[in-house]
Design a protein around this ligand. Sequence first.
Ligand SMILES: NC(=O)c1ccc[n+]([C@@H]2O[C@H](COP(=O)([O-])OP(=O)(O)OC[C@H]3O[C@@H](n4cnc5c(N)ncnc54)[C@H](OP(=O)(O)O)[C@@H]3O)[C@@H](O)[C@H]2O)c1
Length: 249
Amino acid sequence: MIIERYHTIKKDEFKDKIVLITGANRGFGLAITMDLARAGATVIMLGRDLGSLEYAYDAVVDAGLTEPILYPLDLEGATPENYQELQDNILSQFGKLDGVVHNASILGAQMPIEQYDIKLWYSTLQINLSAPFMLTQFLIPALSKSNDARVIFMSSSVGREARAYWGAYSVSKFGIEGFAKTLSEELEKTHISVNTVNPGKMRTEMRRAAYPAEDSSKVPLPEEKSQAIVYLLSSLSPKINGEQLSIAD
Ligand SMILES: NC(=O)c1ccc[n+]([C@@H]2O[C@H](COP(=O)([O-])OP(=O)(O)OC[C@H]3O[C@@H](n4cnc5c(N)ncnc54)[C@H](OP(=O)(O)O)[C@@H]3O)[C@@H](O)[C@H]2O)c1
């Protein structure tokens, strides 16, 4: 299903809504954070580096948007205890969670499987697949307290159709597609909906690393695609569950 890029989002559409975004300090995660904060959401900005989270926080607050919460956590090394602490913090501070955007990822290496660095394989699978599993497991109790909780896993075209040399990144995105589908079926009769989104190409550091020779001026900015994610998170948009969504290019 294709989701249009642009949507009209009302100023207070997300008033009293709490949404957690991983990799919120830059790239697509920051663009989504800005749009959600513009719509009145309290965004829990999760990122691995406090310095760059603080920099992003200033961008949100200086724009006069709803003040976000910073949550430094490295998804590569995070333990069940770290996720339990996050769950406790969310439940004690807000009593619920209305949305999660599993956005943080690394590209890994682009090379043949035959030569793929084994340590990098593990890191990529950990950040892109196992961390979203653990995070989701520990956030379900808070999501269950919302009357309309929406979970989005960021996927990729190479998570739906195999392409040579995309290695662990591609495998992690195929994994996230399978994980999201399984979860969506388990939660079918609840107020929690689960979908994957292929955002398509965006002018970010990941894209530059993947396509260094590309003319980046022709690649859409993440700010040109973030409204589609806000639309999907909004209770004013129809509830969709278990679908593979793509943002229009
Ligand atoms: N850009 C595209 O063209 C494109 C196309 C298809 C799909 N996607 C997907 O869209 C999502 C966003 O991509 P992007 O282009 O915005 O990527 P990006 O610019 O590379 O940003 C990745 C984000 O993930 C964070 N991150 C990486 N490792 C982490 C860790 N261990 N713990 C916590 N956070 C970590 C990064 O934090 P640091 O700043 O600390 O590194 C950064 O905030 C990804 O899931 C990607 O796979 C992107």
